[in-house]
Design a binder for this molecule. Structure first.
Ligand code: AQP
Length: 349
């Protein structure tokens, strides 16, 4: 492998209903990152998916579907490493070591656990609680320097940085003895931003667009056909006012703000540019323009996803090749971590 200065890692859960938020907030950014001088690893995080029960047969299909979405969106599996988490055992191994570094108080502050566990906390899986520690292991098994994610993952990325820092401090002497002068783990940079860092539900502009929302009308799925996309945008909740000409006019108008953000992200311009073109327009004018734009961007991806999803052998070959290449990076890193921690390990022959 060529030595790159940057190592980019990110993942998507195969939990079904991949949506426009996942695409604009994450997958499209993954594609853009391929333009940097970086080794990129893109992971289908199936071990995260089972923190909530998944039907085994459906899970296999969902893993293939997320892989197909990566490829259909433009991730090149030769240039980037595309794989599924469960095929690389170092994620789970490092997660255990990090379980012994992370503090209960840190995890108790994680808002996503509170949201997902809801009122029935006692009944949530331990995996759901421990999710952010496994996420830190996903990233740091590769000593990744950059992680493109949607805004909802910001707190988890901060935890990853805290774990890296604490590991570097707890084992400072052992790390220095191995000549890693700046600590063993990097303090990973989150890459969050742009007009679609947080895409909101089409039914409620104060809630994020999410796979698990019971209303299918709340999101645009990457597999939706043109008519469905147009219909969902037509029915999207809005207010009776026309669009403002200035950004300040979007304040307190979450649904309008969300649709303007979507238009900006899909056409690669700023919100200000969108308002320059549509300021004063009614939603009856803006929504069809947004629907046309969304269909023109998403229909080719949906078509390619369908074609690739049905080619099981190809998708599984991509994942097998990617897992092997990912493990070739993670395994030597884990060997060093085990030495740092003080484990006795079998020499590699
Ligand atoms: N609404 C969103 N806007 C922008 N980015 C988003 N992401 C998710 N929702 C939005 C980003 O997509 C990546 C993959 O997410 P994930 O599947 O691993 O987990 P998630 O955040 O739990 O996704 P969902 O869709 O919201 O699922 P549920 O309903 O299960 O909670 C991440 O980079 C995420 O930030």
């Amino acid at each position: 492998m060529a030595a790159f200065k940057e190592l980019v890692f990110s993942g998507v859960q195969p939990t079904g209903n991949l949506h426009l938020g996942n695409y604009l907030g994450a997958i499209r950014r993954f594609v853009e990152m391929q333009g940097r001088e970086a080794q990129c690893l893109y992971c289908v995080v199936d071990m995260h998916a089972i923190t909530l029960w998944q039907d085994p047969e459906a899970l296999r299909g969902q893993i293939r579907e997320v892989t197909a979405a990566f490829l259909a969106a433009g991730i090149d599996p030769k240039r980037s490493i595309v794989f599924n988490q469960s095929q690389v055992p170092q994620h789970a191994e490092l997660a255990w070591i990090f379980n012994c570094v992370a503090r209960l108080g840190w995890l108790n502050r994680m808002t996503q656990f509170k949201d997902k566990a809801g009122k029935d906390r006692e009944n949530a899986s331990i995996g759901l609680y421990d999710y952010p520690v496994l996420m830190a292991a996903d990233i740091l098994a590769y000593r990744a320097t950059h992680v493109p994610v949607g805004e909802d993952q910001k707190q988890h990325l901060e935890l990853t940085r805290d774990i890296a820092q604490k590991f570097n401090t707890d084992f400072a002497q052992s790390i220095a003895a191995r000549e890693y002068d700046d600590g063993f783990f990097p303090i990973t940079e989150p890459i969050i931003g742009g007009p679609a860092a947080r895409v909101m539900s089409l039914r409620d502009g104060t809630k994020k667009m999410s796979k698990s929302d019971p209303s299918d009308n709340s999101r645009i799925n990457l597999t939706d056909d043109a008519d469905t996309i147009a219909q969902k945008i037509r029915r999207a909740k809005t207010d009776p006012e026309p669009l403002p000409s200035e950004i300040a006019g979007l304040k307190e108008r979450p649904e309008a703000d969300n649709l303007v953000g979507l238009y900006a992200a899909l056409s690669d311009v700023s919100r200000e540019d969108v308002l320059r073109d549509f300021g004063g327009a009614q939603f009856s004018t803006f929504k069809p323009a947004l629907a046309d734009l969304a269909v023109s961007k998403l229909a080719p991806i949906a078509g390619e996803m369908r074609r690739l999803s049905s080619d099981t052998a190809y998708i599984e070959a991509v994942l097998a090749d990617g897992s092997e290449r990912a493990e070739a990076i993670a395994r030597p890193n884990l060997d060093i971590v085990k030495d740092i921690v003080g484990f006795v390990r079998r020499p590699r022959g």
